[in-house]
Write a protein that binds this ligand. Structure first.
Ligand code: DGJ
Length: 754
């Protein structure tokens, strides 16, 4: 167990027995403490006798203390039922041999690279005299509300690090970040800076992470944590699709419903890195923050560097509960507040797959008229409305309405969209420029570049260097102007390539690598100031799909586009992976045309709708190809969606049957936070032999309450009661009659007033 791991690992039989005995003893103390511990802990506390800090929620306790060397040592992270007297004073490891002295193996909250230290440091600096040794010891602390701040200082030089901790009393999710301050009177260079190191209880784990590529995002990967380091990262300048900055660690055997899970997500939309590694004592550490690759941040005397925030939590309730905690936390504490927008996410129409770049006033008006007929609430015009944008070779950067396509400007279209009862949204990709654009012709120096070197293009575009103040101000002014002169409720903010040649030649050489931090800070600055100037504005974060989804961008955007892959079957696993880290409330999902452009798969309109109704519903089909029956189906399902979307977007998600690993079946259930409504979606890839669809046992219902069954699509087996207790639906379940290929059903259970 965790509290006893500050000793050498067991060497022989007697040691093993002693270790097991102490583990059992602590476990018994934990069980006994459920009765003894009547009073809840304060959210944050400091014991001056033991120098132990605790951060507590009703379910989780996190503890660290100052040890005799002055290091801030990690002590405990897990179930809250740990009595104070089981939280020992911090005591450094004895070290395991002359090769692994105590300074390297003692688990520290924020280890700097210095002394003898062989795992991933949270901080590494270089001083102008060539010295690179940094050893951080406790200096002081403050506590207030649910916040703890601890100041560390190097043993001889005046480098200070303020560690910031917050705990969400509801979910027990912790937020950690650090500020590195240079008081040495000389410049120093920060070569790597993490937001936090998380030390986990001593046991073996499997690591869950999310990976992918364009149009194939959100694969859930699972692998054992081996004695080497596992690196999750982006070197791309933005979050990226290849890895997402989320992790979960759980012992083998942990399921959706049962077993301890430690999980976390980094709130940063630039290059990032999370390392997972056991130390020499086989205790797992997770360290995450700025990606140290090609990183250097010079601090002049008196300057400081803030890291991103790294959120992390613990639950004994399996991977499903870990996701639900994160979802609730994102909805309550990360996303912009719903206050000015009391409704749930609106059902939107997007023109991209229907028209590509071929937009004009008449065509968009026609689509808008048809969209209004099916109950769409937001009409979004995608790429192609500006500059010389007839394809992806030209125009990016010139955010002026094309007079050829919209001779009367955007206003007549917007007015008609409003008259049809919808609000209006517009696509932009502000951070990019086509070399074939007026902006680039006037400001070729505004892009990321190394002078005299090639400028590598992606989708025929270059990346503007947002780290530059003039570029930041230009983009803010252009967008502010667009929003001031047009009644635009929503921006789809796209970003269709990653960085290359990340030079910032206008800076002194020693400051050029600050681009990794300054770019993202200025992106956040623009988003924040646009929101302040236009408080009703909503924004979608899109990066050719799910390339920029993280808790940093989600603080400033209202929804995200998970993938350009709109095939409704592929989407089931894409959406499944997405929900391990992010709430379905922000997961935009379009119904598009069949066969789908990604894979030529044909599916029914109803199947496509049900797949998209698991998130925030949008329509991206070419409505001019629809027949009367299609409009009728769409009108009915959009209306159904509006009656259940609050449950889907803001309720508790249960992943009942996983679509992964070639499964022919998948099912999700969302339960409203008051357990008054449950929405079940079930999908069949293809029937095999005479196997029936698996019986589905619902979860999260009030066992005593009665729920009435309503089929939105599909049929249950004959004899299914129209109304039954929550206990019945959970234990007896429901047998759906799904047969054939690409079939789907949707069921609503509404609590009956008694
Ligand atoms: C990539 C996005 O993911 C698409 O939805 C679309 O907006 C295109 N860019 C437009 O260029």
């Amino acid at each position: 167990m965790w509290a006893f791991t500050d000793e050498c690992p067991p060497q022989g039989r007697n040691d093993t027995m002693r270790h097991q005995h102490r583990s059992v003893t602590l476990w018994m103390m934990l069980l006994a403490s459920t009765q003894v511990l009547g009073a809840a802990r304060e959210p944050v506390d400091y014991n001056p006798d033991t120098h132990v800090f605790t951060l507590s929620s009703p379910h989780v306790t996190y503890a660290f203390g100052v040890n005799e060397r002055g290091e801030l040592q990690s002590l405990y992270w897990g179930d809250h039922r740990v009595p104070d007297d089981a939280l020992p004073a911090a005591k450094p490891d004895t070290g395991s041999s002359s090769f692994d002295p105590s300074t390297g193996s003692t688990p520290q909250e924020y280890p700097a690279w210095g002394s003898a230290f062989y795992t991933e440091p949270a901080l590494k600096v270089s001083f102008p005299d060539g010295n690179r040794d940094l050893v951080l010891h406790y200096l002081s602390h403050t506590l207030s509300g649910s916040h703890v701040s601890v100041l560390l200082k190097d043993i001889s030089r005046d480098v200070r690090v303020e560690l910031r901790y917050d705990i969400d009393p509801d979910s027990g999710i912790l937020a950690r970040s650090a500020r590195i301050e240079n008081h040495t009177g000389k410049p120093l260079s920060v070569q790597q800076a993490a937001a936090a190191t998380w030390n986990l209880p001593s046991r073996s784990y499997e690591l869950y992470s999310l990976s992918g590529q364009w149009a194939s995002e959100w694969h859930l990967d699972r692998r054992p944590v081996l004695p080497s380091q596992t690196v999750l990262e982006s070197r791309r300048g933005s979050t990226g699709e290849q890895n997402n900055p989320w992790f979960a660690l759980a012992p083998a055997g942990t399921s959706e419903d049962v077993g301890p899970v430690w999980f976390g997500a980094l709130a940063w939309s630039g290059s990032w890195r999370i390392t997972v590694e056991p130390d020499i004592m086989r205790r797992v550490r997770v360290t995450g923050g700025y990606n140290p690759f090609d990183f250097s941040y010079r601090l002049a005397p008196g300057e400081s560097l803030d890291t991103p925030v790294f959120f992390a939590g613990y639950t004994p309730g399996g991977l499903g509960e870990a996701s639900r905690l994160l979802h609730r936390f994102e909805l309550m504490h990360v996303l912009p507040p719903l206050a000015p927008h009391p409704r749930a996410r609106p059902v939107l129409y997007n023109s991209w797959e229907a028209t590509q770049f071929n937009v004009n006033e008449a065509g968009q008006l026609k689509l808008a008229e048809m969209a209004a007929r099916i109950g769409i609430e937001r009409f979004v015009m995608d790429d192609g409305w500006f500059g010389a944008r007839d394809n992806d070779h030209a125009g990016l950067g010139d955010w002026v309405v094309s007079p050829r396509k919209f001779p009367r400007g955007l206003q007549p279209l917007i007015e008609r969209v409003h008259a049809l009862g919808m609000d209006f949204g517009l696509w932009v990709e502000p951070e990019m420029v086509n070399p074939d654009s007026d902006l680039y012709r006037h400001h070729p120096d505004w892009v990321l570049n190394f002078p005299g070197r090639p400028r590598t293009q992606g989708r025929n575009q270059l990346v503007l260097n947002l780290a530059r103040r003039d570029v930041r101000d230009h983009l803010f002014n252009v967008l502010d102007d667009l929003l001031t002169h047009n009644d635009i409720a929503f921006l789809k903010w796209d970003y269709n390539r990653n960085w290359s040649e990340p030079g910032w030649p206008e800076q002194k050489p020693e400051d050029q690598q600050k681009v990794y931090v300054a770019y993202v800070q200025n992106l956040y600055w623009i988003l924040q100031h646009l929101r302040e100037r236009h408080p009703k504005l909503e924004i979608e974060s899109c990066s050719g799909g799910g390339g920029r989804v993280d808790l940093g961008i989600m603080r400033l955007t209202d929804e995200v586009w998970p993938s350009d892959n709109t095939d409704p079957f592929d989407r089931l696993s894409i959406q499944d992976g997405f929900t391990y880290a992010y709430t379905p409330g922000v997961m935009m999902a379009w119904v598009t045309d069949s066969p789908n452009w990604v894979n030529q798969r044909s599916t029914s309109l109803e199947y496509r709708f049900l797949s998209s109704m698991q998130g925030s519903l949008g329509i991206g089909a070419d409505l001019s190809h629809w027949n009367g029956q299609d409009f009728e189906t769409a009108r009915r399902l959009v209306a159904e969606y509006k009656s259940l979307r609050t449950t889907v977007q803001r309720g508790n998600l249960y992943r009942l049957i996983s679509p992964r690993d070639g499964s022919s079946y998948s099912a999700t259930e969302s339960v409203s936070s008051d357990a008054g409504q449950a929405v079940l979606f079930a999908f069949l890839h293809s029937s095999s032999l005479r196997y029936p669809y698996p019986r589905i046992h619902l979860k999260g219902l009030d066992p005593q309450a009665r729920y009435r069954l309503r089929m939105v699509a599909g049929n249950p087996e004959e004899g299914t009661p129209p109304e039954a207790s929550g206990a019945h639906w959970m234990s007896d379940g429901i047998q759906l009659l799904l047969k054939g290929d690409f079939q789907a059903a949707a069921v609503v259970l509404d609590r009956v007033a008694q």
